[in-house]
Design a protein. Sequence first.
Length: 340
Amino acid sequence: MNDIKILAIESSCDETAAAVVVNGREALSNVISSQIDIHTLYGGVVPEIASRKHTERINRVVDKALKDAGVTLDEVDAVAVTYGPGLVGALLVGVSFAKGLAFAAGKPLIGVHHIEGHICANFLQFKELVPPFPCLIVSGGHTTLTRVKDYGEYEILGRSCDDSAGEAFDKVARAIGLGYPGGPKIDALSNEGDAEAIAFPRAKVDGSEFDFSFSGLKSAVLNYLNSCALKKEEVNTADVAASFQKAVVDVLVEHSMLALEKGGEKRFAIAGGVAANRHLRAAFEKACSERGVEFYCPPPVLCTDNAAMIGSAAYFEYIKGVRHGLDLNAMPALRLGERI
Ligand code: KG4
Ligand code: ZN
């Protein structure tokens, strides 16, 4: 069979990205234009600004992805785009652009689920990895423990019933004055702190051993900061960062290992922006190696938002014959595994 080259576009949040991916496993290019500097000024992503910046940048980003790959639009087999979940205005920029491109070039259009993309980052990095395997997705919008039954087929084992892990990182970072984006800043600051200094809670969700809850942990950090302020005690922010981060990582590892033990699997993957966290990666590596489990974790650039992962997910849809029409719309609340 001929190689299948897919031009993929991602614009669900604050990264404008495009990539060319071959056979779902190899990125010929992976261009990411981040808006982090702009949103940092406001302490978080401003949806309207994100949409405008996507509009300004998408043309150049897609051009560069084709150029870096040494491929013309004529030579690609399909155009893929994230159509949900995400910020509706931001998604619409990518979806509209991809539709225009696919129509003008006479190429098939494939809409991709953003979280499926995160999972598929593992297929780019680990050519030998094939389903089934369990995977923990930890991003800014989602914390989901799933079994990847086959390409594009998922069984949800657990999810967060309130804040996602990434949201907790971002909110706690804001509370201790680190600003946006919180995850990488807590990751760095925690190196200077003692993870055992403050006993923050590890929440369990009644009736569901694989679900997560992080809002109580976030409140515990805020209460701790308030009580220090009332008592006029100095706060060691590095200790807060390290202790908070350990509480998140402990729960993620514990639930994931329980799922592994119950399922009897010997492989485990992680994905999503929070999977770039060094302490989380090290903790999973240790837990998996103690159990003789093969651990898969994409490099940080494939954990945070990018279009190569969307090109990988699109390939597995393409070979199943999935094609979207020009009526493809942005679906801000699309669920994992849902096909529209
Ligand atoms: O997957 P992602 O890039 O976008 C979404 O799909 O949401 O994830 C973004 C999230 C943010 O909450 C960010 O703070 C977090 O990932 N993040 C991290 C790290 N790098 C990014 N969290 C902890 N440690 C990191 N090194
Ligand atoms: Zn993402």
